[in-house]
Ligand binder design. Structure first.
Ligand code: CTP
Ligand code: MG
Length: 228
């Protein structure tokens, strides 16, 4: 099994509002892109890592990660950044993992579970958690119109794993249709009518989106074994 990991880190981090690209924000003294890249590269079943960065930070990030990691500039949307990462990923890799740099504390066990799903024959695998809040639908005035049955809802995390040839095709089709489409990669395969397997995610893999998330991550990072 040959596996390439693509870490997408090219977003601007509007909602975090740090005044710098989110990937450069420090967690326990180390930038988010480094946490995510090391989480991938130290996994024994990951063979190569590509990090997709904001154009202006490409050289700085390459210096920190060293020559073992391929670093390329990203695009205006997450989907474009993944496409640029795919173009730079080892062409020999049979499987790809696509991971958000904004999920720096992903445990190795989640990566293993995604890879096990691919080995079992899935085209695409996503880590998920059950939704714990009650979910309601509202109208444009904010008045509740329905309470949604949450028993079959799942919150989706990364890394998402794919047979590489299928992800290439899915991105090529999305480009052709001009669809800026989905907020994740599995959505592109779903649009092709392919089945996506789910495996258990982890509360540690939560995405840092807001300043509150960064505070929580800071509390958890001290006991993480990813960077020490
Ligand atoms: N991402 C990317 N290229 C983009 C947009 C997003 O590589 N053009 C990456 C981000 O760096 C992040 C992941 O996709 O690791 C998930 O995106 P999100 O959490 O939305 O990050 P940002 O887009 O940076 O944040 P915001 O939406 O608040 O601006
Ligand atoms: Mg975003």
């Amino acid at each position: 099994m040959s596996v390439a990991a693509i870490v997408v880190a090219a977003g601007s981090g509007e909602r975090l509002g740090a005044g710098t690209a989110k990937a450069l924000v420090l967690l326990n003294g180390r930038p988010l892109f480094e946490w995510a890249a090391v989480a991938m590269s130290r996994h024994p079943r990951v063979d190569s890592v590509v990090v997709v960065t904001p154009r202006s930070a490409r050289e700085t990030i390459q210096r920190v990660l060293g020559p073992e990691v391929t670093v390329v500039a990203g695009g205006h949307t997450r989907q474009q950044s993944v496409l640029l990462g795919l173009a730079a990923a080892d062409p020999e890799a049979e499987f790809v993992l696509v991971h958000d740099a904004a999920r720096p504390l992903v445990p190795a066990g989640v990566i293993s579970a995604v890879l096990d799903g691919l080995l079992a024959g899935a085209s695409g695998v996503v880590p998920v958690l059950p939704v714990t809040d009650t979910i309601k639908r509202v109208d444009e005035r904010g008045t509740v119109t329905a309470t949604v049955d949450r028993s079959d809802l799942r919150a989706v995390q990364t890394p998402q794993g794919f047979r590489r040839s299928i992800l290439d095709t899915a991105h090529a089709e999305a480009q052709e249709l001009g669809s800026a489409g989905t907020t994740d990669d599995a959505g592109l395969l779903e649009a092709m009518g392919l089945d996506i397997m789910t495996v258990p995610g982890s509360e540690l893999s939560f995405k840092i989106t807001t300043p509150h998330d960064l505070l929580v991550a800071e509390a958890l990072a001290a006991s993480s074994d990813i960077l020490r």
